[in-house]
Design a binder for this molecule. Structure first.
Ligand code: SAH
Length: 344
């Protein structure tokens, strides 16, 4: 049990059992959400309470095992070791509108997408709420840069870890904690339809990103196994329901893969299928993963694709690739580190 996975009210219940006054819950919650590494730092708590808490509820902060900073754009990538020895990655990106942290939600990933390094070793385990929060807190503490935006686009499938991710969102949004607005948070999914509906019910103001990566089932089925369970018609219907419930435009991610999903006819097919759905497209030139035969599209193909979608009325951006010099795309650093560890 980690106190940092609990709400202020729940910490209050624990303190009550310890015979402590209720106001201590707020103090502890605030300290924890500042990223303290020990109860000793909670200087406004009585010493005996600090000792009891340290004994019963160890803080277990992650440790930095690798830190790489891009000399080109200031992107920083952290590889953290968790208290059980597993590792996850976090990336800090510096945009004009604010510093954005990309966090992992699972150790490894069960989804099996053909182009993605995070899933190569399968799912190891899901992260606890505090382990997601810690990535944001300790990235901020270590870098000294205030974090204003969060994207759940690191290792793992957030909707496969639904309850813990919902709890994390509640915690990071808390006014007594980091107070990060839902509008500054994006959650990315490969398309778990029932979970998209479950999320819609909560009517959060976050941005839902859907990893589409293909214009039809034929192509999507070959690169994303999830498409066999939830084919595109069902996925797009869920996106429409999500929009109806939340009035939030869907953001589609589309990794451009040479000769696989980047033809002009693919863009035209997308336009037909997305008709009437308020959407935004984010084209991502594929990041080449060593183990995969898939290659990125040419610049010209990306530009043409963007033009067709734009002409069809879908705002489309090409994602700037940050941190190209530091293995900044998902899963690559963890994989490299695990390989090195295995060969030692
Ligand atoms: N599981 C979630 C969260 C991962 S987000 C999801 O699938 O959306 C990471 C984003 O990067 C996803 O859109 C994913 O499909 C994409 N991605 C993974 N590997 C990539 C690669 N090699 N090149 C470009 N994009 C990639």
């Amino acid at each position: 049990m980690n106190l940092k996975s609990l709400t202020r009210e729940e910490i209050g219940d624990i303190l009550k059992e310890l015979g402590q006054p209720a106001f201590r819950a707020g103090q502890i919650f605030t300290w924890l959400h500042k990223g303290v590494r020990s109860y000793e730092e909670m200087t406004n708590l009585p010493k005996n309470l600090r000792e009891i808490l340290a004994e019963k509820y160890p803080i277990c902060p992650p440790t930095v095992v690798r830190k790489q900073e891009s000399s080109r754009d200031g992107t920083i990538k952290y590889l953290w070791e968790l208290s059980d020895g597993n590792c996850v990655e976090t990336v800090l990106m510096r945009y004009r509108y604010g510093n954005t942290v990309c966090i992992s939600t699972e150790v490894g990933c069960p989804m099996g997408c053909a182009f993605c390094a995070s899933t190569l070793g399968g799912l190891v385990r899901r992260l606890e709420p505090f382990e997601m929060l810690d990535q944001v807190l300790f990235t901020q503490v270590d870098s000294g840069l205030p974090v204003s935006h969060i994207v759940l686009m690191g290792i793992g499938e957030p909707l496969d870890n639904f309850d813990n991710v919902m709890r994390f969102l509640e915690l990071v949004n808390s006014p007594e904690g980091m107070n990060i607005s839902m509008r500054h948070i994006s959650l990315s999914t490969c398309g778990l339809v029932p979970r998209i509906d479950q999320l819609a019910k909560r009517k959060l103001q976050l941005t839902l990103s859907v990893s589409l990566h293909a214009p039809n089932d034929q192509v999507r089925g070959t690169i994303m196994p999830v498409n066999r369970a939830y084919p595109m018609d069902e996925l797009l219907a869920a996106c429409r329901r999500y929009y109806d419930a939340t009035s939030r435009r869907i953001s589609f991610e589309y990794a451009m893969i040479n000769g696989v999903n980047d033809r002009e006819s693919d863009a035209q097919e997308l336009l037909r299928r997305l008709k009437g759905l308020p959407a935004h497209f984010n084209l991502i030139p594929l990041n080449h993963v060593e183990e995969s035969p898939l290659k990125p599209s040419t610049k010209a193909a990306v530009a043409r694709f963007q033009q067709i979608l734009e002409d069809g009325g879908i705002p489309t951006t090409v994602r700037r690739t940050l941190g190209g010099d530091i293995d900044a795309s998902c899963g690559q650093l963890r994989r490299k580190y695990n390989r090195e560890k295995a060969s030692r």
